[in-house]
Design a binder for this molecule. Structure first.
Ligand SMILES: NC(=O)c1ccc[n+]([C@@H]2O[C@H](COP(=O)([O-])OP(=O)(O)OC[C@H]3O[C@@H](n4cnc5c(N)ncnc54)[C@H](O)[C@@H]3O)[C@@H](O)[C@H]2O)c1
Ligand SMILES: [Zn+2]
Length: 353
């Protein structure tokens, strides 16, 4: 099949391109080489890349010719520098998705796999011993500053036990990026209903692996730690290091995209389905920092007690649906993946001013 891969020059997109080619699919790579992701001066173009913005209707229409399915990875990622970034996030992620979907509608391309994110859930799922399943609101600054990091039951103040979030959990985006990722899903669902298309959103957990961008305000936590180690510095771990996440290897995420692209054409016309995409093996941020530091042979992590407003305490995915319905199996375990990542090359993006 011929696949238009937006964001195909990015961290995850690059691995998807390889995985699709290995399955003998034809891949059309489309990417604007954003400065926030690739650094200044990267936009010189590369062989076989359509260097264009997904907001450019004519370029998208052109790229869609002869395409059977679209794999939409292009997005501005991370938390950004401050709220001033909001228009650019909304532009790339939501206007860009709207333009892509409008052109798919016009070209009769009906199959879409979208890069979603676990950030749409906000705080994960918790259980109170008295009140059952609880969804705590944002944590108060005073609590964070006093080192009270665990959210409590809003009704009785009891300590909560973190659990796994399923796809049917209510969404609760907590920052601009999260809001744009959720809007992408809503747009995809609306497009599917309006055109009889079929859309799958893969809600990735924390993706890591070779080719991950270096630490910029747009990068993920594994890349901050890895970049510190490269400079000979100890990874700086926020809060008390006990925040739970699910670190999923980029090759497993690429494989999830391949199975979704191969399956999406067989789903019902007008359908939209979301799948959590995590390893199924939750770990704390502190464990991740320690695994990287020990594999890299660098200084042990420092627990700083610092915090970022808008960070959630725990969120871990239940990825059973992706395993059961699409037959996906993550293959890279935590220890093995972190060992490889500790010595892997990062993408040499330079933060822009
Ligand atoms: N890395 C993670 O942990 C993670 C987690 C959840 C979801 N995601 C999603 O996965 C996708 C890929 O992210 P990534 O980590 O590979 O980031 P990345 O920055 O490496 O890749 C994104 C690519 O999209 C391109 N792009 C951005 N806006 C564009 C536009 N308007 N037109 C054309 N190209 C544009 C960028 O140049 C970049 O090459 C994104 O949709 C992101 O939201 C990533
Ligand atoms: Zn309670």
């Amino acid at each position: 099949m011929r696949v238009l891969l937006t964001g195909g020059a990015g961290f995850i997109g690059g691995h998807i391109a390889g995985a699709l080619a290995a399955r003998r699919h034809e891949v059309v790579v489309f990417d604007a080489l954003l400065e926030s992701a690739h650094g200044v001066g990267a936009a010189g173009g590369r062989d076989g890349l359509i260097l264009a913005d997904v907001r450019d209707r004519a370029a998208v229409a052109d790229a869609l010719r002869g395409v059977d399915a679209v794999c939409h990875q292009a997005a501005m990622v991370g938390l950004g520098k401050d709220f001033a970034d909001a228009p650019e996030y909304v532009g790339c992620n939501d206007l860009g998705t709207a333009v892509l979907l409008a052109e798919m509608a016009a070209a009769g391309v009906r199959n879409l796999v979208l890069a979603g994110s676990m950030v749409v859930y906000g705080e994960g799922r918790y259980d109170c011993p008295r009140h059952g399943c609880i969804r705590p609101g944002p944590r108060a600054v005073d609590d964070l500053a006093a080192g009270r990091f665990e959210p409590r039951c809003p009704d009785c103040g009891a300590e909560l036990t973190p659990g796994l979030v399923g796809e049917d959990a209510p969404t609760d985006p907590r920052n601009v990026y999260a809001a744009t990722k959720l809007a992408q899903e809503h747009l995809a669902a609306a497009w599917a209903r309006a055109t009889g298309g079929r859309a799958v959103a893969l809600r990735y957990h924390n993706v890591y692996g070779p080719g991950m961008p270096r630490d910029t305000p747009y990068a993920g936590v594994a890349s901050f730690f890895r970049s510190s180690l490269e400079r000979g510095e100890a990874p700086q771990v926020f809060e008390d290091g006990d925040q739970r996440r699910d670190f999923v290897h980029v090759r497993d995420v690429a494989a999830a995209n391949t199975v979704a692209l191969e399956a999406v054409g067989g789903s019902g016309a007008g359908s939209f389905a979301a799948y959590n995409t995590g390893s199924g093996e939750p770990h704390t941020i502190g464990e991740m920092a320690a695994a990287l530091a020990s594999a890299h042979g660098g200084p042990a992590p420092e627990i700083t007690g610092g915090y970022r407003l808008g960070d959630v305490r725990h969120v871990t995915a239940d990825s059973r649906r992706l395993r059961e319905e699409l037959g996906w199996r993550p293959e890279v375990g935590f220890a093995e993946g972190m060992e490889e990542f500790a010595g892997a090359a990062l993408r040499g993006a330079v933060a822009t001013g």
